[in-house]
Write a protein that binds this ligand. Structure first.
Ligand SMILES: Nc1ncnc2c1ncn2[C@@H]1O[C@H](COP(=O)(O)OP(=O)(O)OP(=O)(O)O)[C@@H](O)[C@H]1O
Ligand SMILES: [Mg+2]
Length: 465
């Protein structure tokens, strides 16, 4: 009779122990260690992988044909925002993981990508372990998707899914989601560390041996990490996060790991009734539209921030007013609270601005979160503009990190940010003083500043109320 062994495994990090522990010694989380049965059978490698690997011999690096690099074929979907994040399209035979909060739109995005890929003549198999075929059809109808190359299979059993893959031989396989797939050879329930690890490993073998591009959907925990063991992220070729705000319709696709491309790209989408619409010019989304004859409002400035590798122009608003409370309030929406306190301290010390009896509110328009220090200068000028009730030129963009000494520090990716400001029709950009760089090819007026005081002189005038 087959001997059944059990292990205690942390569902958070995959730590294994022979006995129950209340607290995981590896990730320090409480109550996450669960007993899982491990049959000796699970050590068996799938017959498919043995069959495909038994002719393989070690190769000398020097003997590997350079032309093989051309074989790294990319499957472009035609959805520019998706293709850019994947590094120019999904690589043939790669295993990709897309994770995101419940209801953020993972299945919608993948169905839209699948329909585009199917239109390019590729055969797709969409395995849905969470929804019925009717539910997918309803979504497809809403998204206006109909394709002869897109197959839907609704099952949670790995062995049955593997059989369908062997029969159909699709070019692209979508697994929605990995937490709901189970192998019957393992006695633990789906979603446990052993199941996720084993199923992902088998999908990896399928991707590499049959040259099928696989996209697996992953759930996230309430902390925002991918549910299941960390090893899941190590096993796959690329990891993408699909994120957004619950109360806003925009979504961001971010790359966290990519074995075939850069990770600093991001794609932006807007969730609409008929599916996700790509936002090709994201800066427009985060800029409040002022009328031409509008002379502007005090406390509002535009900063050139950088999300991933992509410049983004964002409006920062500030409100400064006399406090009715014994201690003044500081409210930071979309900017780091401690950073705001630091900027206020610099303003008080270096410019003599007295805010001890004033409430200060700072908000990023559009609900975006910007934690990049390059927006420091924008926050400071927005506060000054409101405190002195001076309208800051709405056609000027600000850029720079403020040091505690009141000097403006340089920022990364400066050319791209200047170019974005120029592209969107701004007249001036204020940047930190450059040591060895000269910007000649820009039409936009570039003003270099060294200290916070210089910016104030330039934009707000003499600080007298
Ligand atoms: N008629 C509609 N109009 C606008 N948006 C809709 C409509 N129907 C669905 N949505 C949007 O689609 C989202 C659900 O998308 P989807 O099922 O792709 O998410 P998911 O990330 O796959 O969710 P799950 O975690 O449940 O699998 C909803 O949260 C909502 O934002
Ligand atoms: Mg879904």
């Amino acid at each position: 009779m087959e001997k059944v062994k059990t292990k205690w495994i942390c569902q958070n990090c995959g730590y294994e122990t022979a006995k129950y522990l209340g607290k995981c010694p590896d990730c320090f989380s409480w109550g996450t260690i669960v007993e899982e049965k491990v049959c000796s059978q699970n050590n068996k490698t799938s017959s498919l992988s043995i069959k495909n690997f038994n002719n393989q011999k070690p190769e000398l690096l020097s003997s590997i044909n350079f032309n093989q690099i051309d074989n790294i074929k990319r499957q472009k979907s035609g959805i520019d925002e998706f293709d850019r994040v994947t590094g120019g399209g999904l690589v043939l035979g790669s295993l990709n993981l897309i994770a995101g909060d419940p209801g953020i739109g993972k299945s919608t995005l993948l169905l839209q990508v699948c329909s585009k890929l199917a239109k390019n003549g590729l055969k797709l198999l969409y395995v849905s372990a969470e929804e019925s075929a009717i539910q997918i059809k309803l979504r497809a109808n809403r998204l206006n998707i109909n394709s002869d190359n897109l197959y839907i299979y609704t099952n949670t059993n790995f062995e049955l899914i593997e059989m369908q893959i062997n029969d159909l031989k699709p070019d692209i396989l979508v697994i929605d989601s990995i937490q709901t797939i189970f192998k019957s050879t393992l006695s633990s329930v789906s979603g446990t560390v052993s199941q996720i690890k084993e199923c992902t490993l088998s999908f990896m073998q399928i991707a590499k041996t049959l040259n099928i591009t696989i996209i697996i959907v992953g759930h996230v925990t309430k902390d925002g990490n991918i549910a299941g063991p960390k090893i899941l992220e190590h096993m796959v070729d690329s990891v993408f996060y699909f994120e957004g705000d619950k109360y806003k319709s925009y979504r961001i696709l971010r790359c966290n790991k990519n074995r075939f491309g850069a990770t600093d790209e991001l794609g932006m989408f807007e969730m609409e009734e008929f599916g996700l619409r790509q936002i090709l010019n994201p800066s427009e989304l985060f800029l409040n539209k002022h009328k031409e004859d509008d002379n502007g409002i005090s406390g509002s400035v535009i900063v050139a921030t950088n999300d991933g590798n992509r410049p983004l122009l964002v409006e920062i608003e500030s409100l400064v007013g006399v406090t009715p409370y014994p201690s003044p309030r500081r409210v930071a929406n979309g900017v780091d609270y401690n950073r705001l306190l630091q900027i206020l301290a610099v303003l008080e010390k270096r410019l003599g601005l007295n805010l001890s009896k004033q409430d200060v509110y700072v908000n990023v328009a559009g609900g975006l979160n910007i934690y990049e220090p390059s927006s420091d200068l924008g926050i400071a000028v927005a506060i000054l503009s409101c405190a002195y009730d001076v309208v800051f030129d709405p056609k000027t963009v600000l850029l720079g990190e403020i040091s505690l000494s009141g000097y403006i520090k340089n920022v990364t990716n400066i050319e791209k940010r200047i170019l974005e400001a120029q592209k969107l029709g701004f007249n001036r950009i204020i940047i930190p003083k450059q040591q060895n760089k000269k910007f000649k090819d820009f039409k936009i007026k570039i003003l270099e500043v060294e200290k916070l005081k210089d910016v104030v002189k330039l934009c707000i005038g003499n600080l007298k109320k």
